[in-house]
Design a protein around this ligand. Structure first.
Ligand code: ADP
Ligand code: MG
Length: 381
């Protein structure tokens, strides 16, 4: 009785989620840095619109607006930003695959959203911690009907090479590279450590290890973390205790490399190579998501390691959420606009609106035809 109702509700809920579209784009504007009297060039509204105000100093003064599923302003708390993500967490436990991305130029707040600031407290913790703690909470609520096994992997993609971040001695040794073998036993990187977790504190210590390993190879002059993608993957297996049926869900939490274009003069040697790899993988990601949003028959997953890694979790029944980050300072305007253009390209909102517009013009055309036929009829009479 009750279980069936729960099950039905869950199905209905997922259908509603499906209707809303599987790709969502939220935009977050971080607070202005430094002096509080510095002006912001960004205006946000609760309807999901972001307006960029170009001051005359930077050429022609103007306003340009973009619309997303949601827009968070500088005062939005970590809890508010996460609130609408909870349904996705639930769907992972229902056997769906989910991808959550943080996109934006270096310094725009990607790590702040996904992990949090330097000092992480209950209040300041980011999406990764909140997602995992929800996962444990919901799986616990269901423990009488479904028994869940949860395990995590954490990897980094740097210059199109995949590295395991959950290697215990990685801090002292040059730790190995792993080459991707797509989809083996439900794992996309079968060689990378897969660590079972039972509680949020297990996850926190693993994430700390991952962060430490990620810092290897970075120097003050060369912050590698902004030029690699890091991905925390959560694998969930649920066993229905009465029927014995298994379900598998997977969630990728991705802190992408900084999306900024490297100055032509600056881009030589290593830096040029990194820039080219980042460029290639971010545009491959954009191509995959936009071709999914347009429901194209061919989706170009194989153009980068990033899209190969996420292949099972992008498209089909999978759900995608992208947090797009922008810095409000005037000198970031160029990057901000290109970030928003990228976001608009992957956003199904615009496509939806475009379709609605088309319908409107079709309706208008039909109405005109009806009107002219009526007029012709009236003339005959
Ligand atoms: P990214 O990962 O995109 O390079 P960070 O997340 O490291 O950027 O953010 C850059 C700086 O701005 C950090 O000091 C971070 O704590 C701060 N910051 C970013 N977003 C916010 C926010 N929403 N509220 C307060 N501080 C933020
Ligand atoms: Mg970062």
């Amino acid at each position: 009785g009750y279980q069936r109702v729960l099950e039905e509700n869950r199905k209905l809920y997922n259908q509603v989620q499906d209707l809303k579209g599987n790709i969502r784009v939220y935009c977050r504007v971080r607070p202005v840095k430094g002096q509080s009297n510095k002006l912001s060039s960004v205006d946000h509204k609760d309807d999901g619109s972001i307006t960029i105000i170009t001051p005359s100093k930077y050429g022609k003064e103007g306003r340009k607006s973009f619309t997303f599923n949601k827009a968070f302003g500088p005062s939005a708390s970590q809890a508010e930003v996460f609130a609408d993500t909870q349904p996705l967490i639930r769907s992972v436990l229902d056997g769906y695959n989910v991808c959550i991305f943080a996109y934006g130029q270096t310094g725009s707040g990607k790590t702040h959203t996904m992990t949090g600031p330097d000092v992480i407290t209950e209040k300041t913790m980011g999406v990764n911690y909140r997602a995992l703690s929800d996962l444990f909470m919901i799986s616990d609520q269901r423990k009488d009907t479904i028994s869940y096994d949860i395990s995590v992997q954490m990897i980094e993609i740097y210059n199109e090479q995949v590295r395991d971040l959950l290697v215990a001695d990685g801090v002292n040794k040059r730790y190995p590279f792993y080459y991707m073998l797509v989809s083996q036993n439900g794992l996309n990187v079968p060689d990378a450590n897969l660590v079972p977790v039972k509680s949020s504190s297990d996850v926190i210590s693993l994430m700390n290890l991952g962060q430490k390993n990620r810092a290897v190879g970075s120097t003050a002059m060369n912050d590698r973390s902004s030029r690699s993608h890091s991905c925390l993957t959560v694998h969930v297996q649920g066993k229905n205790l009465s029927s014995g049926t298994l379900l598998r869900g997977c969630m990728h939490l991705v802190d992408l490399a900084g999306s900024e274009r490297v100055e032509k003069t600056e881009a030589v040697g290593e830096r040029l190579k990194e820039a080219q790899h980042i460029n290639k993988s971010l545009s491959a990601l954009g191509d995959v998501i936009s071709s999914l949003a347009q429901k194209n028959a061919h989706v170009p997953y194989r153009n980068s390691k990033l899209t190969q890694l996420l292949q099972d979790s992008l498209g089909g029944q999978a759900k995608t959420l992208m947090f797009v980050h922008i810095a409000p300072e005037h000198d970031a305007i160029g990057e901000t606009i290109s970030t928003l253009k990228f976001a608009e390209r992957v956003s199904s909102v615009e496509l939806g609106a475009a379709r609605a517009n088309k319908e409107n013009s079709d309706v208008k055309e039909l109405k005109e035809q009806i009107a002219s036929l009526k007029a012709a009829l009236a003339r005959k009479e």
